[in-house]
Ligand binder design. Structure first.
Ligand code: SF4
Length: 318
């Protein structure tokens, strides 16, 4: 069969299989771009579903490490299997995750610039965007600096991801640190879509102009992080709470535990945030290795019924 609409190519229509190794809990941007690219060339793209079907190429994408998302067997009946995503570049040594840049494969430029094919995830109605990459901080538990560099730079416009959806999930690792953030923030404002900064805003870098921009956006839940127990961010969170137009439900704040903090430091962050009107959310580094006390802390804090009914962790009896 000749290629349909395949530009200059005269080869046959290819059958492309996709595997979202992490499951289908969130749209995988790389797979949506791969799908769009091949569909535009007239190829057949589908979720891989059987070794009885021959595929020309199967793309497997994995975002999370094996601690959170186990790999799946490679398909047998494929001419080529391409595995990519951060999850394939992380290995765990002595309970710590290490990112191996040499194992991280970038998508070819022609795929990277494809507009995402949202139709492969019909269960999700929102757009996902990645308008900047990199982060100057280099937190030791995070792979962003090793993967994307220690400078937050604009890499795309919102229109490269958004086609009118009512909500945009922003995946930029630290848009607050990006030099072009005024431009990007204005682009997000102009969509009038509901904006969800899923990776969190860096409270240490938020300035008055940022807060004014955020006040102009339709915002669902704002996400922040307070990961380093040695940073006392109380005044930064206070300042944002004063400038933000919403006076309750200010935002959810991820608090990393089981990495370098004591229980007292964890509780200081949790109580401080709660008192300022934020919603603290405990993240547990390498959860399978976490002591029971930390898992109880996570359950107490993250289950809002428990958290509201028992404000003192030491009185919580799981
Ligand atoms: S600030 Fe966030 S994105 Fe940047 S290195 Fe730390 S955890 Fe990663």
């Amino acid at each position: 069969m000749d290629r349909k609409g395949g530009g200059n190519r005269t080869s046959q229509v290819m059958r492309i299989g996709l595997i979202d190794v992490d499951g289908h809990n969130f749209p995988n941007l790389a797979l949506m771009r791969i799908s769009a690219y091949y569909k535009a060339r007239g190829d057949t793209v589908e979720w891989w579903w059987s070794d009885f079907i021959h595929y020309d190429i199967v793309y497997m994408s994995k975002i999370f490490s094996d601690v959170y998302s186990l790999d799946v067997p490679e398909p047998l009946n494929a001419d080529k299997v391409i595995k990519g995503g951060t999850g394939y570049a992380i290995r765990t040594v002595d309970g710590k995750e290490i990112f191996d840049k040499s194992k991280d494969i970038d998508l070819p430029a022609e795929i990277e610039k494809s507009f995402p094919d949202y139709s492969i995830y019909p269960e999700f109605q929102f757009a996902v965007s990645m308008t900047s990459r990199g982060c100057p901080r280099g937190c030791s538990f995070c792979h962003v600096a090793a993967k994307e560099g220690r400078c937050a730079v604009k890499v795309a416009d919102v229109s490269d991801f958004w086609c009118g959806q009512d909500e945009i999930k922003v995946l930029d690792p630290n848009i607050t640190a990006c030099r072009e953030k005024r431009d990007l923030m204005q682009q997000y404002i102009d969509t009038h879509a509901k904006i969800d900064f899923t990776q969190g805003l860096d409270i240490r870098l938020l300035n008055q102009a940022d807060i004014e921009d955020i006040n102009k956006m339709r915002i669902g839940t704002l996400h922040f992080a307070w990961d380093n127990p040695n940073d006392d961010l109380r005044s930064k969170f206070e300042d944002f709470a004063k400038g933000f137009r919403r006076k309750s439900d200010i935002g959810m704040v991820y608090c990393l535990t089981n990495f370098s903090s004591t229980l007292e430091q964890d509780l200081y962050r949790i109580y401080t945030l709660r008192d300022l009107g934020y919603d603290p959310y405990v993240m547990v580094y390498n959860k399978p290795s976490a002591p029971k006390e930390i898992r109880h802390l996570q359950r107490w804090c993250n289950n809002k019924i428990i958290f509201k009914s028992e404000p003192n962790f030491y009185k919580y009896h799981p």
